[in-house]
Write a protein that binds this ligand. Structure first.
Ligand code: NDP
Ligand code: KAL
Length: 257
């Protein structure tokens, strides 16, 4: 069994800045020796991602623009990656979006457009990306996505994103079945609250964090590094028997009633 990721290449989707969970995953994979490929949503984010990656010593990374709402963008990205590097050993999907105005108040008021946007970007994108990366994963490997407790229970203000995460969680199981015979495992990490750009300005984040510090078994908030190292586990041979699984990396908060 090889738990070093030397000689392996992983795609990381969803680095916006140094606080992104995707960045925590990238750092863990880099430390394990992996070569990294980054995708960003639009050209205007390219420089910030490149500047961050330049801080990873000895990392010979590649960068591609990929808007997951656009099938052509997904196809072009993975065709280009195949041309440039050939085989891929895994992928981290760290992407979600819902309209800000629907992440507060009563879920009952969710619009059709808002519902479809949240599901398109936050859930369907995993299926579309998994289909596009499959031909590049000729040696098998792992796909990891990020989810949140609000897909399993009602969490105030998470609203339509909770419904989209429930759909994402179900997709992980169906994709695990679809891809298992190709040696590709599909798993989710349910992360505890981490203050990222997405989390900014939505809900009362301070109150949520205080509750974690008081009631979660580990009495401390989740870190990017904890999620990064669990993604490393799920993308390495250590987890070779694990697929269709959701691992909570949330200081144990999900077991508290
Ligand atoms: P970030 O804001 O750092 O990352 C969100 C990413 O989604 C951004 O990089 C953004 O790209 C990308 N994105 C949005 N729309 C698109 C699109 N159309 N195409 C491609 N990329 C897109 O936040 P997080 O790190 O917090 O979020 C990463 C994942 O973690 C999400 O799935 C989130 O739901 C999940 N999560 C987060 C938790 C938290 O507390 N922070 C807890 C549990 C789960 P760009 O900036 O280029 O637009
Ligand atoms: C209960 C919690 C409090 C917050 C409520 C909802 C959070 C939803 C997450 C969702 C991904 C946020 C957005 O889509 C924000 C978006 O409307 C505006 N922001 C942006 O467009 C920025 C610039 C870009 C980078 O963001 C994206 N996403 O593209 C949930 C907390 C406790 C845990 C969290 C934050 C979970 C989660 O899923 O992120």
């Amino acid at each position: 069994m090889n738990v070093s990721l030397e000689g392996r290449t992983y795609v990381v989707m969803g680095v916006a800045n140094k606080r992104s969970i995707a960045w925590g995953i990238a750092r863990s994979l880099h430390e394990a020796g992996a070569r990294l490929i980054f995708t960003y949503a639009a050209e205007r984010f390219e420089k910030s991602v490149r500047d961050l990656v330049a801080t990873l010593e000895g990392q010979d990374a590649l960068f591609y623009e990929c808007d997951v709402t656009d099938d052509e963008s997904i196809e072009n990205t993975f065709e280009q990656i195949q041309e440039d590097v050939g085989t891929i050993h895994g992928l981290a999907h760290c992407i979600a979006f819902a309209n800000k105005e629907e992440l507060k108040g009563d879920y009952l008021n969710t619009s059709r457009d808002g519902f479809l946007t949240a599901h398109n970007i936050s859930s369907y994108s995993l299926t579309a990306v998994a289909r596009a990366v499959k031909p590049l994963m000729t040696e098998g490997g792992g796909i990891v996505t990020l989810t949140y407790l609000g897909g399993e229970r009602v969490v105030p203000n998470y609203n339509v994103m909770g419904v989209a995460k429930a759909s994402l969680d179900a997709s992980v199981k169906y994709l695990a079945e679809s891809l298992g015979s190709s040696g590709i495992r599909v798993n989710a990490i349910s992360a505890g609250p981490i203050r990222t750009l997405s989390a900014k300005g939505v809900g009362d984040f301070n109150t949520i964090l205080k509750d974690i510090e008081e009631r979660a078994p580990l009495r401390r908030p989740t870190t990017q590094e904890e999620v990064g190292d669990t993604a490393y586990f799920l993308l390495s041979d250590f987890s070779r028997g694990v697929t269709g699984e959701m691992i909570h990396v949330d200081s144990g908060f999900h077991i508290i009633g």
